[in-house]
Design a protein around this ligand. Sequence first.
Ligand code: GLU
Length: 298
Amino acid sequence: MHSAAPYIGRFAPTPSGYLHFGSLVAALASYLDARQQQGQWLIRMEDLDQPRSIAGASEHIIDTLACYGMHSDGDILYQHRRLGLYAAQIDQWLAQGQAYYCDCSRRQLAEFGGVYPGTCRHRQLPPAEDHAVRLIVPEQPITTMDRLQPPFTQDLTTTLGDFIIRRRDGIYAYQLAVVLDDIAQGITDVVRGADLLDSTPRQQWIYQLLGQPLPRYLHIPLLLRADGEKLSKRLGSTPLDPTRAPAELFRALQALAQQPPASLRSASVEKQLEWAIAHWQPERLSPTQSLPHDRLFD
Ligand code: GLU
């Protein structure tokens, strides 16, 4: 498990949209956690899926975070510049027989109903650019220990099967890149939305294959809209308005159940962050996977 290395945390947005309130809350949680432990906080752009990236979104996210007082402590890492590293790791696993090419069609995959039965595992398909690459999963279940959520156990063989690390269109999978980059950046603490809890056992498996220590995990509840849907870019949550930063930051602290005093409502971003770092208590969040968003605005 995790050693006593100095704390390094990160916020790793996907620039397929602008920063909205839900992502501000996630960024803030990771920032406060890092700062309270005198740690570093890094921003990483997860722009693997270039066709889905929106022009200017990365800059908008970085600039908006700056308006909210959050600046990366080191260079911002862009995943699209690191494709060679992901490819090299995949080649190594292919050579070791830990990964394999797969040419199953969409129709076949639909028939499998979400659990890949390992159809191409022993076919020894030759390299081809339009084949996917899958990583062989372990037979034993994997348990995620989290600072907030109850232990989460997943049997990758029966719930997912060998999963994709490079898609048929050549795009590298989030699951692979996130782990290689967290390792490369020395990340000790992953603080992110609880929608990613379900991805964590796959990521732990990659750490295990690479013989690397796991980070600590803190999965914070997701904000839900009044109708129960997750706040997300897809659902058109509005981009944050930097001119309203103090008011939005105050709401974000409320969303994180930090109970900021009313006197802080009109304080500057710097003052609010100072208070929030000193008082950060993630255990105030309830260990559920979601928080109704409308409850925040009484
Ligand atoms: N890029 C991912 C997202 O925006 C988050 C990755 C992570 O925090 O592990 O959902």
